[in-house]
Design a binder for this molecule. Structure first.
Ligand code: SF4
Length: 346
């Protein structure tokens, strides 16, 4: 049977080729949960130092449930998609309140928690609690669509559910977590996207219909992403002696509750800034052009231009922080990296 062969070959391959990752050294549910949330939208290499730092400071559910939001966002700074961090805390609080501080142990219960979806529930249930359920994410769907020469759109919930059901018929009852991790590793190192699949090294190539029929590059099928909206912004790095002006973003929406440099919509010229300062009586000394930069979010792209503007006295309405404090205490999103780097190197 094809599935039996796939299972055996994957298990043998995984024993020899498994990636040595810090969250695999202790597969308690907390570690698996944190790592899986961090790994969404982020490369493994980038996650490793974050994971270690996070676990050192917040080693368990109760410490996560009570951490101050600013500190949590600082620990997450640079990873992006900050709602993931906020959901982690929210979820830890729900576990504290409704589950006596203990992570629920089944796929169905895990899925009810905030921020824990189909994939993460499958990963925790199978890796930490040995429940024979799949952990189906985009990587695994790519493998399956190729294995079965399946042209269904893998971004659709229906496709995910189809394979969630299918995998139940052959996921091993012993070590189901290892099987899921074998699929994760195959998707990350061998059955990779963008026409680069290493089929000659693949342990399940003989069972793979797309490979056998020379159609690997046609799969997976995905509906095209929506075009991104482009926004233009001007960043103002107001400086007063060794202090810098920042402000907190609103509590909801993109980059909610993080800190940012003052900014305005559109590309401002030096003349625009001078005229505006005159109108608002801002005590600016001079205007130094810094750099242009851009940042891509999932649905929006920011094109930015930045200026450093030393001022004669602090402008009201901002939080003025010393340079060292800015880098150690406040979480400024990666979107502003160019300007943070500029300030660091000044
Ligand atoms: S043979 Fe190629 S396309 Fe098929 S599962 Fe292996 S790596 Fe993926």
């Amino acid at each position: 049977m094809k599935e039996e062969k796939i299972k055996q070959n994957l298990q043998t391959w995984y024993k020899k080729n498994k990636r040595d990752l810090p969250w695999r050294q202790n597969t308690n549910p907390y570690n698996v949960w944190i790592s899986e949330i961090m790994l969404q939208q982020t490369r493994v290499e980038a996650v490793i130092p974050y994971f270690q730092r996070f676990l050192t400071e917040l080693p368990n559910i109760s410490s996560l449930a009570t951490v101050k939001e600013d500190r949590l966002l600082k620990l997450w700074e640079g990873l992006g998609y900050y709602s993931r961090a906020k959901n982690l805390k929210k979820c830890a609080q729900v576990i504290e309140e409704n589950y006596h501080g203990k992570m629920p142990e089944t796929f169905e219960e895990l899925k009810k928690l905030p921020g824990i979806g189909f994939y993460t529930a499958g990963a925790i249930a199978s890796i930490s609690f040995h429940e024979p359920v799949g952990a189906i994410d985009g990587n695994v769907l790519r493998i399956f669509s190729r294995l079965y020469l399946d042209f269904d759109d893998i971004t659709k919930e229906k496709t995910k559910r189809k394979y969630f059901e299918k995998i139940k018929s052959f996921i091993p009852s012993e070590n189901p977590g290892e099987f899921n991790q074998a699929l994760m590793d195959l998707g990350a190192t061998i059955c990779i996207p963008n026409g680069k699949a290493k089929c000659e090294q693949c342990p399940i190539a003989k069972e793979c219909l797309a490979y056998q029929q020379g159609k690997v590059d046609m799969l997976p099928q995905k509906s095209p992403k929506k075009e991104r909206t482009v926004e233009e912004k001007t960043i103002f790095l107001y400086t007063y002696q060794d202090e810098i002006a920042i402000k907190k973003r609103p509590k909801t929406g993109l980059l909610a509750s993080l800190y940012e440099y003052p900014n305005q919509k559109g590309f401002w010229t030096e003349k625009d800034i001078q005229e505006d300062a005159k109108k608002k009586k801002l005590p600016i000394k001079n205007i130094l052009y810094v750099k242009e930069s851009s940042h891509i979010f999932s649905h929006i792209k920011w094109n930015m231009i930045g200026y450093e503007i030393p001022v004669k006295e602090k402008i009201e309405g901002f939080l003025w922080v010393k340079k060292e404090e800015l880098f150690s205490k406040y979480s400024i999103p990666t979107a502003f990296k160019t300007y943070t780097e500029y300030l660091k190197n000044k």
